[in-house]
Design a protein around this ligand. Structure first.
Ligand code: HEC
Length: 127
């Protein structure tokens, strides 16, 4: 019985965290991302890759890495090649967690993953 109660309360905790993180992430998106990736996460065909329904986001680790350390050079998103450059924006790890939760759950994107600050902290730079 105790286990059951603990399980229920941790689910509630995760849901509350996810909802609050999503709302904070929307503010981060509007401050830092929208000018390039645009409202609706559409990007600009051939210039700025989309976030809406983007296959790239299925790799959550690579998604966080690109926000944390920037992304340069050739990538393919939804079958379209991009060869641009995104500089890191100097966000804190908790802000990166929030904006990742936002983009992973917006514009038709869905995921079971809830990103935490501790998870972002663990992702080290790889070339
Ligand atoms: C100055 C324009 C600019 C800003 C601001 C910007 N990006 Fe990007 N972003 C790009 C470009 C250009 C690429 C593709 C880089 C390449 O071709 O290697 C990219 C790639 C990405 C990718 C991987 C490819 C994809 O579209 O799935 C993600 C995820 C991403 N950006 C998220 C964000 C988030 C989140 C923010 C805000 C915190 C942000 N970007 C801010 C220009 C920008």
């Amino acid at each position: 019985m105790r286990f059951f109660i603990f399980f229920l309360s941790s689910v509630t905790f995760a849901q509350n965290y996810a909802e609050d993180s999503y709302k904070r992430g929307q503010m981060v998106y509007d401050d830092f991302c929208v000018r390039c990736h645009l409202p609706g996460g559409t990007g600009e065909y051939g210039l700025i890759p989309p976030l809406a329904s983007a296959d790239f986001l299925q790799n959550v680790k690579a998604t966080i890495h690109s926000i944390k350390y920037g992304l340069h050079g050739s990538i393919t998103v939804n079958g379209v090649q991009y060869n641009g450059s995104m500089a890191p924006m100097g966000l804190e790890n908790d802000e990166i967690a929030d904006v990742t939760n936002y983009i992973l759950n917006s514009w038709g994107n869905t995921t079971d993953v809830i990103v935490t600050e501790a998870y972002v902290q663990e992702i080290k730079e790889t070339k």
